[in-house]
Design a protein. Sequence first.
Length: 595
Amino acid sequence: MKQRILFCLLMAAMTLSRAMAQAPAGNLSVDTLWAEGRVMAQYEFAIVAVITNQGDADFDDYLLVAGTKDQDESVRDYGGDFVTLKAGETQQVRMVVSVRTAGTYTFFVGYTPGAAVADVQSIGPSIQVSVAEFAPFKLRAEYTLNMSTEEAGGNVVYGNRIAGRVLLINDEDEPIVTTLQPFQGIQGFDLMLVTDLDQPTLTRVARLNIGNEIAAHDTIVADFCFDADMREGKLYNLGILFCYGELTWRSAQAGIYAFTSRSGLCTYWTARGEVKTLPCGGDNQHLRVPAEAVVVDMRGSYRVNTAYLSMNTTEANPNCLYYFEFMDNVPQGLAGCNVVRDYVAQSLQVADGYDFYCPMPFKAANASYMLTPRRQDGQPDPSGSATYSETLTLPFDATMAMSYDANEALALDDPNFLVCRFAGDEGMTLLFDRVGEWPLQSYEPYLLGYLSPARILLQGADVQVPATRPAIARGWQTDFVGTTIGQTLPSDGSYYWHRDLTKFLPMAPNAVLQPFRCGAVSRSAYPVLLGTPYFANAVTGVQGTIVPPSGSVPVFSLKGQQVATARLDSNGRIVTSGLSAGIYIVDGKKFVVTK
């Protein structure tokens, strides 16, 4: 008891000595006052004061910013800070202010000897600040998430990891500053997960990296990825909040994206992006992967009993991807398959001739693609003709090539190995430039030639496998389009590469461009019907022309101008009716018409 009494007396003595040592507030002088930040109702801004302690003792107490609104003389407490000023010291003090309504405010630095706001004593001069009406930024948010749309409608996330992209669009005529300096702009953008809409709960799941500003009428792209404990069938919302000042958070306009959660077990993607249920046995533990599946989503399977789970891949597409989360168990039957765990694959092996589709990006330690020569009918022919050529597009960046049968590396300057990139068109001629350095870019369309019958293995290490996207190289009037899935091109004005005759042929109606192949698509009013592709540093034997559709041919003058289109008879001969007498160029050869 005596010890407790002594302790209380000691504390009281220390408090008294501290009060006696403090300089009174009357020894403080305020030299200048100014407002800093976006001075607007419902936003935080700062009142900055330069204060000097003119006394002989230190000042160690709470100062606040107080003021009056318009003609109202009542004192209002808007905020403050605990300030320590040594004797004779000058210091810049910044105090946070927030007002509810617009108007003219008179601010001053105040000191309260007592606890009541009515006891505020003014220190130094005051300033008048005009606070504008609340006007939020004209900032919109648009989302692109790795989700699927069910037939019944609505966005669905499979598993517990959410990855995607958000576009922040500045609709203002002035830039929106996003510096992290206090009260100089937006302090940050946060991605919030909203649950329990009746009683909303906000959870910050990602801080978006925006940079220093969003220019006027500009768009900022921010990617994000986060894990959340999702409940089956529950409705969730994503929203963007931005902070101006330290505590004032506002929602970006059009910034809500609603979705529901589903378990990743027993679902798969087709090459067209459809999500379907994976066939399984009655015990829900023996799953069969159909041929149309290009991605099987097993994320979240750790939640169910997978001790005896097995997968039958007898019919499966060899290019199929299998997504797992970090905690999932990889079931039996997936040895040698493309397993992607937590967005990382140890090995990606892609076989020629099968669809490949990747709905979300991942990293692969090793990636390979086997290109096999094909006969005129399109069937694989590893030991075929002495030369062959192909169009090609890859799902990853290839950093080397090998002649698989000879087990030899192929250099891009090898005279027997030709890789060309589409370089546009010039009149009726398609232009291709020889590629001189690695890597071959993912989803870019190429034209390739090789003077040996061997299969070619294209490889990459530590590569990023991007989400599937269309690859289009544009010319003046022709696109060179690549695809990793079987795709139907327009039959009018579209051409595929003929492997043995080394020329472009017109696509037949409903014909399918094979996976990992490219085709020429005309964008002009008159399709490109005739021309010889030009190859820079071309290899002998890799040449080509574009062959017109059967039934008609374009007719050119000696100056290279198309002057007519001639019909072909049933024997393939040119019908000269309608052509004046003269010398023409047809299919690259001179053609004489006499009357």
